[in-house]
Design a protein around this ligand. Structure first.
Ligand code: URA
Length: 434
């Protein structure tokens, strides 16, 4: 078999066989197929697409390129959750202790933020001493003992995807449905859970800007997961503005804790409850959404979800006092309001611009190695559909550097699209795919 022939085959729009896809993935992973040939292949895939069978084959070949975790030592149905990424998306922080408090084990691999989107690990590091660098034994032990553990992705989890994603990133081949679906699902399948719940974002701040593309991606991932023998559900959620009000690591932790204490913004709550319902149903803990919501409300109201979060932080080396007293969390010294220049209604908040404004403050990293300032961020005061008067505060910047704050202020002002016509608030939950 020669990679050259496979590239020509895909260039003509023909379907690759299972053996050809396995040959390509293993050769690329071990370095016998060079980057330039794989780049030509990914570009051919961008133009010609992949069939559902090819997409499943690619996913399974990438899953098998490294370790496939064995979670059979954990009692109960393990349900994993994944978001395609967004701005202000602190869902995992609130969702995982709620589900764990209801007896569903959470054994989760999470990542760091890159570019304009945040990552769960960075947020958790707002708790001094907290680490995701725990041994496999401790990971399994913690899930069995307290019901929850979160670790960083191991180096050998779907290494083919790691290499391929880096190549796609620099060759303009990220935004192809089969490549995205196989990239996400290869890692989820290698993580060893019994069921997978996917949060597929759509809107200006998402990978999938258009609803039909988000639905197609969700359907592809659900069918891959189902074919691989995992119960897989997806929900399409809105990213036409940041989720909730807080953007930035420490501010997002505070907002997640607010939800666990019974408050929190409505859109954030809706996303947590929608995903939580699917997780509880996938685990057989709730029969339907109504039962799931009532169970989740119960563990928030009686404080057990919050206590579960504190237990989890302590079990991974963090100080649980911060969970109960958020004033201990890091918060930047300066607050700068972003003032509206005209009357009207908020039509859109460009989420990506808000994410890059947070990055400009020092809250995000440009490369995987950059250090970040956990204390900076943006608190939105107006969301889509809200009425605004000139002179009112649209958002408040938390910063540590005047020049960066001014750059962020200009970006945030641009991100707010304000028009004359009254606009209804759009839905947060667009569609379920099961
Ligand atoms: N997230 C991934 O892990 N892979 C993609 O291709 C896109 C988003």
């Amino acid at each position: 078999m020669r990679m050259y022939d496979l590239i020509l085959k895909k260039k003509k729009g023909e379907e690759l066989t299972t053996e050809e896809i396995r040959y390509m993935v293993s050769g690329f992973t071990d370095g016998t197929i060079p980057d330039y040939q794989m780049s030509a292949m990914t570009m051919a895939i961008c133009f010609r697409g992949m069939s559902r069978k090819e997409t499943v084959d690619l996913t399974l070949a990438m899953r098998d390129s490294g370790d496939v975790l064995d979670l059979t030592g954990i009692r109960g149905v393990k349900v994993d959750k994944h978001s395609t990424g967004g701005v202000g998306d602190k869902t995992s922080l609130a969702l995982t202790p709620i589900v764990a408090a209801l007896g569903v084990p959470v054994a989760k691999m999470s990542g760091r933020g890159l570019g304009h989107t945040g990552g769960t690990i960075d947020k958790l590091e707002c708790f001094p001493g907290f680490t995701t660098g725990i041994s496999e034994e401790m990971f399994l032990e913690n899930v069995n003992r307290i019901g929850i553990a979160i670790a960083g992705q191991t180096a050998n989890l779907a290494p083919a995807d790691k290499k391929l994603y880096a190549l796609r990133d620099v060759t303009g081949t990220v935004d192809q449905l089969s490549l995205i679906a196989s990239s996400i699902m290869s890692k989820k399948l290698a993580s060893g859970s019994d069921a997978i719940v996917l949060d597929v974002k759509t809107g200006n701040g998402a990978f999938m800007k258009k609803m039909e593309d988000a639905v197609a991606l969700a359907e592809a991932m659900v069918s891959i997961g189902t074919m691989a023998g995992k119960k897989t559900y997806a929900v399409i959620t809105d990213m036409d503005q940041p989720l909730g009000l807080a953007v930035g690591n420490s501010l997002e932790v505070m907002e997640a804790l607010e939800l666990l204490k019974g408050g929190g913004p409505e859109d954030f709550k809706q996303v947590v409850f929608a995903l939580g319902s699917l997780m509880l149903m996938a685990a057989g803990r709730a029969a339907d959404e109504a039962e799931a919501v009532s169970l989740m409300e119960g563990v928030i109201a009686d404080g057990s979800a919050l206590r579960k979060f504190a237990e989890f932080i302590e079990a991974q080396g963090g100080d649980p006092a911060y969970v109960y007293d958020v004033s201990l969390l890091p918060l930047a010294a300066d607050t700068v309001p972003v003032i509206a220049e005209a009357d009207g209604y908020v039509h859109r908040i460009l989420a990506e611009e808000i994410g890059t404004a947070c990055m400009a403050l020092g809250g995000g990293r440009e490369t995987k190695e950059s250090a970040i300032d956990l204390s900076v961020g943006i608190l939105l005061k107006k969301k889509n559909g809200d009425a605004v008067r000139a002179g009112e505060t649209l958002a408040v910047i938390y910063g540590n550097d005047a020049a960066k704050e001014e750059a962020a202020r200009r970006k945030i002002l641009n991100a707010y699209q304000i028009g004359w016509e009254k606009r209804e608030k759009g839905p947060v939950i667009h569609r379920y795919i099961r």
